[in-house]
Design a protein around this ligand. Structure first.
Ligand SMILES: C[S@@+](CC[C@H](N)C(=O)[O-])C[C@H]1O[C@@H](n2cnc3c(N)ncnc32)[C@H](O)[C@@H]1O
Length: 291
């Protein structure tokens, strides 16, 4: 089920929240221009050397991570459904002086068009809140495999589905995500404002206060097994699956333990749980083209 209507509604929800997120990051362009990187060691370890690699960053949001990867030597393309996010990404590229291409498109549409046009990349990347917007994992994974060049690498880093089982007060309150089960939320929130310095390495500004998103959003809940199986069925060879007992940058729970490097762990006194996971997978010669 591709739910085009719900993906379109999600675009509206993202368009509504992007200006609020942007208001908290006035120093971002200068930070990138001066050589700062917004990406974390975990994704860099999974991505490997980027010098001279062509890379597409799916669901790139406002492009700061795409530009960081370009700064590290990739010829980078970012794709996102939100026109507001892509406009900010292009502006950020210009202001930071880092070259990258940004395309406004739904991920399924872009993958189909790129495969049909014979586009190939050495790296396909997505991160931190991408999987939950995908109504069909198998179709997405086949598209990812088909835009990878032979020997090319898919890399993702995501919030761990286990962390979705807890409410903001860290109370065990929901079942483990699975089957793409739908979850309606009031609208994408101002998680950048709520995370303070965690998501604003170039400096945090109070910016928009008490943001309320009137555009509902529709999420799709998937477990790790489903994500990895979809990638394997698409012909990718999984080389790494890592789980991390901390989350980078974002503060999904009210009480979290601050760790070095803009990381946050489970609340003080609580047993540790995986809060993020990362995957690296290689396209071998046997990957089936759906072109
Ligand atoms: C949580 S953000 C990703 C954050 C990003 N990794 C970063 O660090 O900035 C999720 C992004 O997915 C995009 N998105 C949601 N549904 C999409 C779709 N169907 N096609 C393409 N992009 C989509 C949203 O516009 C949003 O920018």
């Amino acid at each position: 089920m591709l739910h085009r209507d719900l993906r379109e509604q999600n675009r509206r929800s993202w368009d509504a929240v992007v200006p609020a997120h942007h208001s908290h990051r006035p120093g971002l362009a200068a930070f990138l221009r001066e050589g700062g990187l917004t990406v974390f060691p975990e994704e860099l370890e999974l991505l490997g050397d980027l010098a001279g690699a062509t890379l597409v960053h799916l669901m790139c949001n406002t492009g700061q991570d795409t530009l960081s990867l370009a700064r590290l030597g990739a010829t980078a393309t970012g794709v996102d459904i939100s026109g507001e996010a892509v406009a900010r990404a292009r502006e950020l590229a210009e202001q930071s002086g880092i070259a990258a291409r940004f395309i406004q498109a739904d991920v399924y549409d872009w993958l189909a068009q790129a495969v049909a046009a014979g586009a190939r990349f050495d790296r396909v990347f997505c991160s931190y809140g991408a999987i939950c917007w995908l109504p069909d994992l198998d179709l997405w994974a086949r598209g990812v495999a088909d835009v990878l060049s032979e020997g090319g690498r898919f890399t993702m880093i995501e919030f761990h589905p286990t962390s979705n089982m807890f409410d903001p007060a860290w109370r065990f309150s929901r079942s483990y995500p699975s089957g793409g089960r739908r979850l309606e939320i009031d609208g994408v929130g101002d998680y950048v404002g709520a995370s303070g310095e965690g998501l604003t390495p170039g400096g945090f500004a109070a910016g928009t206060q008490t943001f309320q998103n009137d555009e509902q959003a529709h999420l799709f809940q998937w477990g790790i097994g489903e994500v990895v199986t979809a990638l394997a069925l698409a012909g990718l060879r999984i080389t790494t699956l890592r789980e991390y007992p901390f989350v980078n940058g974002e503060r999904p729970f009210t009480e979290m333990r601050a760790l070095p490097g803009r990381r946050l762990g489970a609340p003080e006194g609580s047993p540790e749980l995986p809060l993020m996971y990362g995957v690296a997978a290689i396209r071998c010669a046997t990957a089936t083209a759906t072109g």
